[in-house]
Design a protein around this ligand. Structure first.
Ligand code: TXA
Ligand code: MG
Length: 324
């Protein structure tokens, strides 16, 4: 069983044991503001192999490398001016940039899946302290079995990977609850590879540019992790439900009840006050709760396709995609 240390009550012990475990080449589950990550030394091929093994993840899928500060980022990747502007504005935070790897970077090709670019971000919160103390970037996908819903609490991680892990750091519920927004700057173009916890509108306001969406940018091929079926709960998922069939679980938004709800196995509201930020933070936990209700299908009520709604709908569509 994994040791769970609460970073709010025992920060020093959490840092010491995390760094010792990472130094042995073992993955540690760390809290980030987006979701919990399964982190390992990005320069150690054995450590990275253990991430892929624990997740049961296809090897061609590159991992995001997490840094503590700009100096650490600059030791591994080259910034173009636009990417630098984005990093200065939004780091630490839910933004991953795809940037060329420097030849002298010690990040192992297993982490980048042999690509000449690296997905890099500076997370906020306790994980930033862990990386600073460890002194090297940490490669970290979400801390869940491949294809399952991402964890937003230490309890989620424990339920899924507790038997395989030595250490889980617990900092409470993830504040944002959705994975980072992934951006690649291509000359003058700013391209969205994955919608996520940073609102695209904030990027457009800062840069004065229209961010190119995956359909227009052909990015699905470039972010190999973007398999259609992902974030899959056990139950089937139905989008944009206008009503509820008996025995379904319902996840709705904005306090709007759906006809037939009274016969549902569970009724959850992502944000009764129609706040998309709150909805994002609740999404994965509510999907797990709806799944645990024993319903064969989860029916989602309509969610506005604006701001963080784009990333929320993206995750629900993936959960609804045909399974392999
Ligand atoms: O919020 C997050 O981003 C979380 C936390 C733990 O930081 N991490 C996360 O990692 O979601 P993961 O491994 O589940 O997703 C990584 C995504 C994949 O879709 C992968 O294909 C893409 O990033 N990616 C990584 N490196 C890339 C690269 N060099 N080029 C294109 N896409 C890349
Ligand atoms: Mg993931």
């Amino acid at each position: 069983m994994a040791l769970i240390i609460d970073t709010r009550t025992e920060p020093e012990r959490a840092l010491a044991i995390a760094c010792e475990t990472l130094g042995e080449g073992l993955p540690v589950a760390i809290p980030t503001e987006t979701v919990y990550g399964l982190a390992a030394d990005a320069t150690n091929p054995d450590a990275i192999s253990r991430i892929y093994e624990m997740k049961g993840r296809p090897r061609f899928n590159p991992l995001i490398c997490h840094v503590a500060d700009f100096a650490m980022a600059e030791a591994h990747v080259t910034f173009d001016p636009l990417s630098r502007q984005l990093a200065k504005a939004f780091w630490p935070g839910p933004l991953t940039l795809i940037l060329p790897i420097k030849p002298e970077s010690g990040v192992h090709p297993l982490a980048s899946a042999g690509l000449d670019t690296l997905g890099i971000r500076m997370p906020e919160g306790f994980s930033q302290h862990v990386i600073a103390r460890f002194g090297r970037p940490l490669a970290a996908p979400s801390a869940n079995t491949s294809g399952k819903i991402s964890p937003t609490s230490a309890a989620h991680v424990e339920a899924d990977l507790g038997d395989k892990l030595r250490l889980i750091l617990d900092a409470g519920a993830a504040e944002i609850g959705l994975e980072s927004t992934i951006i690649k700057v291509d000359g003058d173009d700013v391209r969205l590879l994955r919608p996520g916890g940073l609102d695209v509108a904030d990027i457009e306001r800062l840069t004065g540019k229209t961010v190119l969406r995956p359909e227009t940018a052909g990015a699905a091929i470039e972010a190999p992790g973007m398999l259609a079926s992902h974030y899959a709960p056990g139950a089937a998922v139905r989008l944009n439900a206008a009503n509820v069939k008996p025995g379904e679980a319902v996840i709705r938004f904005g306090g709007k009840s759906l006809p037939g709800e009274e016969n549902a196995k569970a009724v959850l509201d992502l944000s009764p006050s129609a706040n998309l930020r709150e909805a994002a933070a609740n999404l994965f936990a509510y999907m797990k709760q709806a799944d645990a209700s024993g319903a064969k299908t989860i029916a989602f009520g309509p969610i506005p396709n604006e701001g963080l709604g784009e990333a929320i709908i993206d995750r629900i569509e993936r959960a609804a995609a045909p399974r392999e």
